[in-house]
Design a protein around this ligand. Structure first.
Ligand code: C2E
Ligand code: CA
Ligand code: CA
Length: 410
């Protein structure tokens, strides 16, 4: 627990009434080391001096000279080490945007307060304060890997596939899986793809990586099929995979050799970078794969990378609504509008819809009520090793029956 009297708080607001009121509220809650400023310039002077440097700043967004957003940028330049609370009369969306900006600058934020501030809300936010959190960032592993290390990892098969189920929202049936690769690193443990896919892309290793992932996924699919689990298997395809026409031969050959039909394979495509001058090559590869009856899925739909232009140009079978627009869309009007629009667009184009990032029962309920076809996310299951899958399927069937995930409306 913190000791309220030890925290140095600075309130920055151009309204003298707010300064007085907040100071009083803070004093009532035991916070006595409080200073106030009515403009950004004075506040920065306080921040520069070790004696007056605050641990926490309560910042008004709307100020006449230097506004709150500009002030945040100066905070970074002045190497501010403390926390921040935003205080504003602006609406929810504006506050959220400001919150994202603060996060982007890596300044820890306790949250935001709407004006008029009430003592309860103030107390609730200050209770989340963890001293020293900013001074001692958690020792996460930020090690960067070289192309050479990754090449060796691919050659030695240190990359391992995990599989996350995609289930029918209406029936609960397990329809397929998405293959998600991880690096089982000999000394660093489990490494997630966000830390090495871009290295593969930048160093011409992405075709080797995808070949390994696909080969393993096809073997897994075969063994599931043999045990009666008819799962559709999706793999992630990078735009860099689609830079050369060899890729389509590679995929066709591997799938044919495995004795699987293209219909049981889904290729999830994101535009990880702006398509180069020659967008015809990816277009041609995807069209030809589609002609051979591979399923094409547009991944992360709604993010800047996956756009309507792609939807116009490529005959996708499936649309994956990005998890950023799914989780908690039931509680947030903006997310909900984007979720609804994506769903409706997919339906009009006769595409199957998958919602990613389904994390809790309320997310699941939203999908059910809005008629989304498939669900994927930790609420259903986290990504699993192939060998764990049969047991998970059994427990999922049990859950579908007992937790009544499908109750009314069917
Ligand atoms: P993605 O295709 O959007 O994959 C979904 C990510 O969301 C996965 O992260 C998954 O573990 C995570 N996830 C699943 N359920 C939930 C949930 O309920 N909540 C939250 N917050 N997250 C959830 P992961 O495995 O770390 O993969 C990250 C990205 O790496 C993938 O994003 C995909 O773009 C890329 N990736 C993964 N495997 C491959 C691959 O073999 N090749 C290529 N090119 N990219 C890959
Ligand atoms: Ca994906
Ligand atoms: Ca995605």
């Amino acid at each position: 627990m913190h000791s309220a009297s030890q925290i140095n708080i600075l309130i920055l607001d151009d309204d003298p009434f707010i300064l007085k009121m907040l100071t009083k509220m803070l004093a009532n809650q035991g916070f006595t080391k409080v200073s106030t400023c009515d403009n950004g310039r004075d506040a920065l002077t306080l921040i520069d001096h070790p004696d007056t440097r605050p641990n926490l700043i309560m910042l008004d967004l709307n100020m006449p000279d230097m506004d709150g957003i500009e002030f945040v940028r100066y905070l970074v330049e002045h190497q501010y080490q403390g926390h921040l609370v935003l205080v504003s009369g602006e609406d929810e969306r504006m506050l959220k945007t400001a919150e994202k900006l603060v996060h982007a600058h890596q300044i820890p934020m306790l949250g935001y307060l709407h004006k008029p501030v009430t003592p309860d809300k103030l107390a609730a936010i200050l209770n989340t304060w963890k001293p020293h959190a900013a001074e001692n960032p958690s020792p996460t592993n930020h090690k960067l890997y070289s192309a050479e290390e990754l090449r060796t990892a691919i050659e030695q098969h240190e990359l391992v596939n995990y599989y996350q189920p995609k289930v029918s929202v209406r029936t609960g049936d397990v329809i397929g899986v998405e293959t998600l690769v991880r690096w089982h690193h000999a000394t660093d443990g489990l490494i997630f793809p966000d830390r090495f896919i871009h290295i593969a892309e930048e160093n011409h290793l992405i075709n080797e990586l995808t070949t390994l992932v696909l080969t393993n996924a096809l073997n897994q699919a075969k063994s599931w099929h043999q045990s009666g689990l008819m799962l559709r298997v999706a793999i992630n395809v990078s735009m860099d995979n689609l830079a050369s026409l060899d890729f389509q031969d590679l995929v066709v050959n591997l799938v044919t050799e495995a004795g699987l039909s293209p219909q049981s394979i889904v290729l999830e495509v994101t535009e990880s970078q702006v398509m180069g001058a020659d967008a015809r090559v990816p277009l041609e590869i995807l069209s030809r794969l589609r002609l051979k009856r591979f399923h094409l899925s547009i991944d992360d739909f709604g993010t800047g990378h996956s756009s309507m232009a792609q939807l116009r140009d490529i005959p996708f079978d499936e649309l994956k609504i990005d998890q950023g627009f799914v989780h908690r869309a039931w509680a947030d009007a903006t997310l909900r509008a984007i979720y609804d629009a994506s769903l409706s667009m997919a339906k009009q184009l006769d595409m199957e819809t998958v919602a990613e990032g389904v994390e809790d029962q309320q997310d699941w309920e939203l999908l059910r009520q809005t008629g989304c076809d498939l669900a994927q996310g930790n609420f259903v299951s986290k990504p699993l090793l192939g060998a764990e899958f049969p047991n998970w399927v059994a427990s999922w069937k049990q859950r579908v029956r007992t937790e009544l995930l499908l109750q009314s409306g069917n």
